[in-house]
Design a protein around this ligand. Structure first.
Ligand code: DGP
Length: 130
């Protein structure tokens, strides 16, 4: 199912150009337009689900997380690692209501309970301005 008002559905259908990193029958991965880290890629199912709580079939979750591994390889992050972030709903400040996994990497990210979380971890200017 597609949602005709959903920007990520349009990206998944190839109706809007994007910096594509990976694509197969079920998912597409593309670079976030507001990167928080040197690598910041979004992985989405082509089918529309508002978020992970939207009765997403386990098979679809498998497709998305299978693609995570492929994107990490493409981006050269397999050895050093990366962070996955899945904002879900209002309290998590989810802004695009189409299930997506953020894959962040290419630099060290403090743990969320470290004091500098929110500055060093997510400040693209600091990281890119080195
Ligand atoms: P979230 O807060 O988890 O819903 O993050 C949505 C992300 O999607 C945000 O980091 C910006 C990104 N984004 C929104 N619209 C577009 C778009 O049209 N193209 C690309 N490449 N990224 C987008």
């Amino acid at each position: 199912m597609k949602d005709e008002n959903c920007i990520f559905c349009k990206i998944g259908a190839g109706e809007i150009p994007t910096s594509k990193v990976y694509e197969d029958e079920n998912v597409i991965a593309f670079d976030d337009m507001e990167p928080l880290m040197p690598v910041h890629t979004l992985i989405i199912p082509k089918e529309h689900y508002a978020n992970v709580g939207d009765n997403v079939p386990e098979e679809t979750l498998g497709h998305v997380f299978g693609a995570v591994r492929k994107v990490a390889e493409i981006k050269g992050l397999t050895e050093r690692g990366y962070r996955l972030l899945v904002n879900t709903g209002e309290d998590a400040s989810q802004s695009v209501k189409h299930l997506h996994v953020h894959l962040l990497g290419g630099g060290h990210m403090p743990r969320p309970n470290d004091q500098d979380w929110g500055t060093a971890a997510t400040n693209a200017d600091q990281i890119h301005g080195e």
